[in-house]
Design a protein around this ligand. Sequence first.
Ligand code: F6P
Length: 358
Amino acid sequence: MKIAINTGGGDAPGLNAAIKAATIAALRKGWEVVGIQNGYGSIYTDTPFLPLTEESVYGIAMKGGTILGAANRSNPFEMAYQIKDGTWDTEDRSDVIVNTFREHNIDALVAIGGDGSMFIANKLVKKGIDVVGVPKTIDNDIVGCDVTLGFDTAVSIATEAIDRIRTTAKSHQRIMVVEVMGRYAGWIALHAGLSTSSDVVLIPEIPFSLDAITRKINEIEDTGKKYAIVVVAEGAKEKGGELFVRSKKPGQAEVLGGIGEHLEKALARKTGKEARSLVLGHLQRGGTPSTYDRLISLRFGAAAIRAIDQGDMNKLVVLRENSIRRIPISEVAGKVKNVPLESDTILTATDIGINLGK
Ligand code: F6P
């Protein structure tokens, strides 16, 4: 048996632990293991695969990033290239993957990635490649999965940052707007906003009203508390408003951002208070994974090898009610798991007086 491992999309804390568990579990079965570098990037080079040995994964479980490299723009079905006039176009280069897998006798692919990677994995399955997926993304937005690797660390980092923001907000009696990642789902904002008892939490699932936020801030002021913390997901939008998109290139996911700065200005204008905003950005993806993420990543990595060993291909290993299960990759491809509005986390936020922008 010879397997390849790749880490697709943006990096997330815990990737190395998943690579380690998959590699060691496979080597212990006598299989050969190789890594694909930079998303699918290395496939198009003279050295498409990096051999993975016990030595190459020694001591990596506690390290952030991915030893295989990551790329948010290596969708083989829509590879972007620049035309002479400077504009961009895309082409389908997925055959290169299929042929390279055949030439190198790769029996199965462990695709560690988020919704975009599972979309690609599902298309590779249709081209005859056997794939087992591992759910990775700080956004926690993969359907059918209670939690994805990387989410816990991202929420912890955001929580610590917001705690720190609170002391300076209080000293200066300001509104502090903290923009967090999460793409089109509000998991990071909701969990970090609730954990820090922030005053306002804005998520993509609930389009917000500036008047409602202003009312909340004025109410807080009336109680004698002179500062406010607003946590906003990068994908949140005003009722009837548009997403804040920083850039979009062919074959790549759009890059969101800017809602925090927008809110800073709007709230300063509407409340007459001083306001500041900051974007936590890639801090949320960097550094050491939390204990929870290490553990879940090791469990996912080893579970992927068990699935391959049992010939149970084209599945995503997921966590449900703290047990590892397998679901067809086709069930998750191209879908987004949003925060359910009836979830108890939303109810808790409301119960303890957090304003959700309405
Ligand atoms: O999907 C993970 C994520 O960090 C999102 O939360 C964010 O919108 C995006 O990736 C940022 O992508 P990039 O690393 O390309 O800036």
